[in-house]
Design a protein around this ligand. Structure first.
Ligand SMILES: [Zn+2]
Length: 340
């Protein structure tokens, strides 16, 4: 679902620079406007191996927001996004078992959004930014909601239409073909950490919302136990595609400054948290990484690796539940309302 934002034109910053202060080597912090940072550690693309280049993870000296440095320029960033990043071409084929699994693990997302929509009882469109293959929107449509998807990837938008019957357009949020104030909800799952200018991005989402509309955002949680324990091996860093690593407090401040108030938080996602830990521990087993890296595995080897990975994910479940119960889960999903 992430692919809407990745391949550049990110929130109106096509040069990849973000907002810079003259004479400074880093853009300003989008949360506190500070320009001074300290280096925490170095990391590289250990999941998809799109580059050997080392990047730094740096921390704002004032508010402690962490980010990737140097942020890759738009052209370079595009090269770090494989063509089928974050959606599976198999969704278009008849893969009943795969769809049953994907539907099962998406229930956290669907129920979180349904609860938000029910509490406001407002009509209008549900727009999923970075809709990927569109299964999440299909599940909402089955519950009677009017939905639309937005994705930067043409292939993803086509898959949403053809594979899942979901109206989807290939566009960026800044050029989304929807009238201001037309959306009951805007959802963005694992999108905000990819954009150059999250502040502008949230402002654009706000403009699309009805006055009583809600925004649902999910990002990896940089205050999770997994980052403390695993450091640069934590898959939630996803170097060099994740430009920002938000803690819940960073997200709260950013949303506050873009005219939102956080009303609900969830620290667990069945799709993301245990699988993210499994991928951190054994990146070579991650099914999407293996597909994207085109490792040329035999069907037997593929099945074996998938089974081992699945067992590892199941073994990671208790830890993922525990850290989420302590509000330190590896993802955070928030529901925010427009402030008047
Ligand atoms: Zn800061």
């Amino acid at each position: 679902m992430k692919s809407e934002t990745q391949k550049s034109e990110l929130a109106g910053q096509p040069d990849g620079a973000g907002e810079r202060v003259a004479g400074e080597s880093l853009p300003v912090c989008p949360v506190c406007r500070n320009t001074e940072f300290r280096t925490l550690f170095e990391a590289t693309d250990r999941l998809y191996h799109t580059t050997d280049r080392k990047f730094q993870i740096v921390e704002c000296k004032q508010c402690r927001l962490t980010r990737l440095f140097p942020p890759p320029g738009a052209g370079e960033l595009r090269a770090h996004y494989p063509d089928t990043y974050w959606f599976s071409p198999e969704e278009e084929t008849v893969d009943r078992l795969g769809e049953i699994y994907r539907r099962f693990v998406l229930r956290d997302h669907v129920s979180f959004v349904c609860r938000a929509l029910e509490s406001y009882q407002t009509d209008g469109l549900v727009l999923d930014v970075g809709c990927g293959g569109g299964l999440f929107l299909k599940m909402l449509a089955e519950r009677g909601y009017r939905v639309a998807g937005l994705d930067f990837s043409h292939d993803a938008a086509r898959l949403a239409w053809r594979g899942n019957g979901v109206p989807a357009v290939c566009a960026t949020l800044s050029k989304a073909p929807f009238a201001p104030g037309s959306c009951a909800a805007v959802t963005m799952f694992h999108v905000l950490e990819h954009v150059y200018d999250p502040h502008s991005y949230l402002a654009e989402a706000r403009a699309l919302l009805k006055p009583e509309g809600c925004l649902i955002v999910q990002v990896p949680n940089a205050a999770c136990w997994q980052l403390k324990l695993l450091g640069k091996r934590w898959s939630g860093l996803d170097v060099p595609r994740h430009l920002w690593n938000f803690r819940p407090s960073d997200l709260d401040l950013l949303l506050d400054r873009t005219g939102f108030e956080v009303v609900r938080r969830k620290y667990f996602s069945l799709r993301d948290n245990p699988a993210g830990l499994a991928t951190s521990l054994a990146p070579a087993l991650d099914p999407m990484a293996r597909r994207i890296r085109r490792l040329g595995e035999s069907p037997r080897s593929q099945l074996c690796k998938n089974l081992i990975y699945f067992c590892l994910v199941a073994a990671c479940l208790p830890f993922a539940f525990l850290e989420a119960a302590c509000h330190a889960g590896s993802t955070i999903m928030v529901e925010a309302r427009r402030k008047s």
